[in-house]
Design a protein around this ligand. Structure first.
Ligand SMILES: O=c1ccn([C@@H]2O[C@H](COP(=O)(O)OP(=O)(O)O[C@H]3O[C@H](CO)[C@@H](O)[C@H](O)[C@H]3O)[C@@H](O)[C@H]2O)c(=O)[nH]1
Length: 842
């Protein structure tokens, strides 16, 4: 019993003890909770506080970070290997350290598959940081060896090596790595800087920041001009590279060799009118080109800023009565093909920011005006027209409103965005001052003291003409930028500049048409149907009151070729090719030397391109020309020049089949040396009258920027029955010389001439397959593929001279320009086998 009592007492005691213990424990838990809540509360009020980590190495880091919580912190990774950085977001309990992305050997950044971030407000997003998902505590981005990397100011820092192992000796490393610096551009690539806006930006940066290296990449399209960069020409920090942003190899090469850390991407097809014509060019330049740049940034992994230049047009039309402008978060609702491609490009930029942490900034600008602008745009166009005493064509009724900024102010805006813009942000570059198109025209009339009532003509509206683009410009103003130039001041400066530089752009008659379609007309100077340059400013200019229906009428698209040389070999083949490719074409009826007949042809056919395959080559050969010199001059000289001249007047590209028989092997280009004559070489062979006239014409045609001269040599085709075919000719001669020559395999090259027209290529081109082939090599192939019994004999040039009247040229042409444009082009021997002998094999 006592024992039981004892046990009961003991149990009572232990129960009391347990209760006491429980009470103590509860109190302790309460205290801990209170402390935690207090810490959380403090933390809530101190978003910039650093999270302390348990590990000694982390403490070191944290200690250092403590001093840098309110400013941006930059670290640089100098270890021999690549690494990555994680930051931990404060005020979130979880300690889930996400496994980092890996840097591959080729230095490209490969992010592991992760959930898309959905508009988390975390500041880290702004500098390219990413987390597993929006609830994760850990934000990370990879850094490359030597790269500086800004840390969001609220973060703690943990460094891992590339295998994900914590760095334990981080104190020393971090001491060395931590820098209190902000981003400073060093080597900037500006695309499209021979164009209008970018030239002002480039010239400004080159002038104001001698420490920055500015590399300009520009393909020198119709609307760009190296003269725009003249102020920078002799500056040591300026470099110009002619090239296309669509060339991935070139872009990658430039980023690496020039150590580019910043890209300002202006290059684009910008003219709305053109985009109603050939809008594929817009997709190619604006979307694909941007994509190539972005991919190059990803692959090279060294870009610290990618400033993408977009337009206010991506927002689409603003309501006429809207009082609040589009702000940067407004919806994108582009209305024309041009703005649609710009919006598309923006999406890619945004995606590369999100997917690969590319530090992107986008700008969306209002209309810009000032010196250097190609006169397809309203203000320079109207100034030039007014200067010429011509009428100013207003699309529709001129009630459309645009907001105009002076180019220097816009250049300053880009300077501000470059230095102060936040990564991941969009900035409108705008002005609240709006102007109706009709008022712009009136102001220009006033400057030139002409009567607006007689000078201004209403013409058909654009297929779609946004009424207004109204921007909220506050965000950029918050960075310290504001517009400086008044409209009156800016317009006066612009007028003075164009008055001083009326020929800056050469012949721009095509651009001054009411509705230029520079890209649809690969001649670059074309107009839409029914528009002739002469009609601008004439009192006959069609006046059309815009109607909503007509404004949506689709435009006619497609190519139409006008071909001269119907009865000739090349002209005949061209027609067949057009049929095969479904290209609409007509043969010219007029004679080359009869100007009015050519004008009538163009009026009737309304071509997009003219091909000149007409010319006298003589029958049975060029010896005929020696005894028919005036006839040869009439067609080959006067006729060709007349056609080129009319095409230029009409804004048309003329594809001119010329000859390479204006060169002869010489000391600088000896036989067998492999050194061919280049496009820029001056003709050195005028032995025959035919060659003499051809050389003279080629020289004169250099002055016509609407001509594409194709130097054909010893043309060969798969039609071995054609007497003009070089193979047919030499296989029928009693004796042949044996000299290597460059030649043109028509089956391969004629389709290329069509493609060249579509690509709007101009200037002189050696239109031969690369390499040379000798007479004997061709005849050997002829024997091997066609006639095993075929034999021939050779004779020397001296012996040949006895049986011909005029000397013939032998030469090698350098086809590298053509090969560069068409990398698939076969060497002459490969082409002979593929296109001529294999298909004729007996
Ligand atoms: O002969 C003409 C030429 C233009 N306009 C009108 O003038 C206004 C301005 O036209 P334009 O100078 O071609 O500029 P936008 O179409 O407004 O586009 C410019 O401004 C955009 C920014 O808003 C940029 O994105 C574009 O690249 C740039 O071409 C438009 O309403 C045109 O219809 C005429 O009435 N007659």
């Amino acid at each position: 019993m006592d024992a039981l009592w004892d046990l009961e007492n003991k149990m009572k005691l232990s129960t009391r003890g347990a209760i006491l213990l429980l009470a103590c424990a509860s109190f302790a838990v309460f205290c801990v909770c209170a402390v935690i809540m207090l810490i959380k509360l403090i933390a809530c009020n101190n978003n910039n506080k650093i999270v302390h980590e348990e590990s000694a190495s982390h403490e070191n880091v944290s200690e250092m970070m403590k001093t840098t919580t309110t400013t941006k912190t930059t670290i640089r990774w100098t270890e021999s290997h690549c690494g990555w950085v994680s930051v931990k977001r404060v005020l979130m309990g979880s300690m889930l350290w996400s496994r980092a992305s890996k840097l591959e050997e080729n230095m490209s950044i490969v992010w592991r598959q992760r959930q898309r971030l959905r508009g988390s407000p975390l500041l880290g997003l702004e500098s390219g940081w990413q987390s597993n998902n929006s609830a994760s505590a850990v934000w990370q981005r990879p850094i490359l060896k030597g790269e500086k990397c800004e840390l969001p100011s609220f973060s703690g820092l943990i460094l891992y090596d590339e295998k994900g192992k914590l760095l334990h000796d981080s104190h020393e490393i971090i001491q060395e790595l931590l820098e209190m610096t902000s981003y400073t551009p060093k080597n900037i690539l500006i695309t499209g800087a021979a164009g209008f806006i970018a030239s002002h930006v480039a010239n400004r940066l080159i002038r104001s920041y001698p420490d920055y290296k500015i590399v300009v990449l520009d393909k020198l399209d119709y609307c760009s001009n190296l003269k725009n960069l003249l102020p920078s020409k002799s500056c040591p920090n300026f470099k110009f590279v002619k090239g296309d942003i669509g060339s991935a190899d070139l872009v990658n090469y430039l980023l690496i060799t020039e150590s580019i850390d910043t890209i300002m991407h202006f290059a684009a097809q910008t003219h709305v009118d053109n985009s109603f014509g050939n809008s594929f060019e817009f997709t190619k330049n604006n979307i694909y080109g941007t994509h190539v740049l972005l991919e190059a940034c990803k692959v090279t992994g060294q870009i610290r800023r990618f400033i993408h230049v977009s337009t206010d047009e991506v927002y689409g039309e603003t309501e006429e009565d809207a009082v609040v402008g589009n702000h940067e978060a407004s919806q994108l609702l582009p209305t024309n093909p041009y703005s649609a491609t710009k919006a598309g490009a923006e999406m890619l930029v945004m995606a590369y920011g999100r997917s690969y942490g590319l530090p992107v900034i986008t700008t969306r600008g209002n209309n810009v005006y000032g010196p250097n602008q190609f006169p397809e745009k309203l203000i320079p166009k109207f100034i030039l027209l007014a200067m010429q005493g011509k009428n100013l064509p207003i699309h529709g009724d001129g009630s459309n409103v645009r907001s105009y900024l002076y180019c220097e102010d816009v250049a300053e805006a880009f300077e501000v965005v470059l230095h102060k813009g936040e990564v991941g942000h969009v900035y409108n570059i705008g002005t609240k001052k709006e102007r109706r198109v009709i008022d712009v025209a009136k102001d220009i009339c006033k400057l030139f003291s002409v009567d607006p009532d007689t000078s201004i003509k209403l013409v058909e509206n654009r297929p779609f003409n946004d009424q207004r683009y109204f921007l909220d410009d506050q965000k950029l103003k918050n960075l310290g930028w504001s517009e400086r130039t008044t409209w009156e001041e800016g317009l006066k400066k612009t007028m003075e500049w164009y008055t001083k530089n009326p020929d800056w752009w050469g012949d721009v008659s095509g651009a001054l048409l009411p509705h230029p379609r520079m890209l649809m007309m690969p001649g670059g100077m074309g107009g839409s149907e029914g528009e002739k340059p002469s009609s601008v400013g004439s009192s006959n200019t069609k006046m059309v009151v815009p109607s909503p229906k007509s404004s949506t009428t689709p435009q006619k698209h497609g190519f139409k070729f006008l071909i001269y040389g119907r009865t000739g070999w090349l002209g005949g083949l061209l027609g067949k090719l057009c049929e095969k490719q479904g290209i609409s074409y007509e043969y010219g009826k007029g004679r080359l030397e009869d100007r009015s007949s050519l004008v009538a042809d163009i009026q009737n056919v309304k071509p997009t391109h003219v091909f000149n395959a007409a010319g006298l080559t003589g029958r049975p050969n060029v010896d005929w020309c020696e005894s028919h010199k005036t006839e040869t001059i009439r067609v080959n000289v006067a006729g060709t020049l007349t056609l080129a001249d009319i095409c230029r007047e009409q804004g048309l590209l003329m594809m001119n089949f010329a000859t390479g028989c204006i060169f002869e092997y010489d000391a600088g280009h000896p036989l067998g040396s492999g050194v061919g004559f280049k496009e820029e070489d001056k003709p050195n062979f005028i032995g025959s009258f035919y060659s003499k006239t051809k050389a003279m014409v080629e020289e004169l045609l250099r002055e016509y920027d609407n001509v594409c001269t194709l130097r054909v040599r010893m043309p060969i085709s798969s039609d071995l029955s054609n007497p003009r075919n070089f193979i047919t000719k030499i296989s029928r001669y009693n004796k042949v010389v044996n000299i290597p020559n460059s030649m043109t395999i028509l089956d391969e090259l004629l389709p290329i001439s069509i493609e060249m027209a579509k690509r709007n290529l101009r200037g002189i081109w050696n239109f031969t397959n690369p390499g040379v082939v000798s007479h004997n090599e061709i005849l050997e192939m002829y024997r091997d593929y066609i006639d095993p019994k075929y034999t021939w004999s050779n004779f020397t040039l001296e012996e040949q001279a006895k049986v011909i009247v005029a000397p013939r040229s032998n030469n090698e042409m350098d086809a590298s320009k053509l090969k560069k444009e068409f990398p698939e082009l076969l060497s002459v021997k490969e082409s002979l086998i593929k296109y001529v002998f294999e298909p004729n094999k007996k």
